[in-house]
Design a protein around this ligand. Structure first.
Ligand code: VGL
Ligand code: ZN
Length: 204
């Protein structure tokens, strides 16, 4: 069984959103087409409480982009984004949401961030995604979404670690590029870890 995983295709990661990824919205028509080719479709949503420790606004004098230590882990500070039940946290309306079989939420604990759709950044808690995929006899996962250099990358690396044959559909992801070559480096890192990098036309 093959599953398509849509990582954080949420308003806040698209142009106009609180943590906008450049051209993030351009992946939506590709995502909609890809969904026609999979029997199992999963989405993740970044889903933070307003007092989340990854928000610069929750730390005196701190600004987005700065790095702090949060409960023993290095944490990049972000602008407030994907606040639970806000418009910014909603999946983008143009996404064919009726095709999604299950949604997994992450980043819900105040004291720890969660880039991967499988575990928090300290690997303390699972979101349930891995058990769900194993229950459905999924062996291959195809990952798309936002952002390539954060949540997409960490979801793909965990998928490999958990034993899934893992594909990144490169043209169906867009990244933050906090530093200029972050996206390129993240793709290299995924490839080196065994993620197969493909293009949507190989499926469509
Ligand atoms: C993400 C930064 C903070 C992502 C989420 O979805 O890539 N990036 N929270
Ligand atoms: Zn976040």
């Amino acid at each position: 069984m093959k599953a398509l995983i849509l990582v954080d295709i949420q308003n806040d990661f698209c142009p106009g959103g609180a943590l906008a990824v450049e051209n993030g919205h351009q992946i939506i028509p590709i995502a909609n087409q890809l969904m026609e080719h999979f029997d199992l479709i999963i989405a993740t949503q970044d889903w933070h409480p307003a007092n989340h420790g990854s928000f610069a606004a929750n730390h005196p004098w701190r600004k987005p982009g700065q790095i702090i230590e949060l409960n023993g882990l290095e944490q990049i500070l972000w602008p407030m984004h994907c606040i639970q039940d806000s418009f910014g946290a909603e999946l983008v309306a143009e996404l064919k949401q009726e095709k999604i079989d299950a949604i997994f939420y992450k980043g819900t604990d105040v004291g720890i961030d969660s880039y991967s759709g499988f575990f928090d950044n300290g690997r303390k808690k699972s979101t349930g995604l891995s058990d769900y995929l194993k229950e459905k006899n999924v062996e291959e996962v195809y990952i798309i979404g936002l952002a390539t250099d954060y949540c997409v990358k960490f979801t793909a690396l965990d998928a490999i670690d958990l034993g899934f044959t893992t594909f990144l559909i490169e043209d169906a992801t867009k990244g933050v590029n906090l530093s200029p070559n972050d996206v390129e480096h993240s793709i290299q890192e995924m490839r080196n870890s065994g993620v197969q990098i493909i293009q949507s036309e190989q499926i469509l």
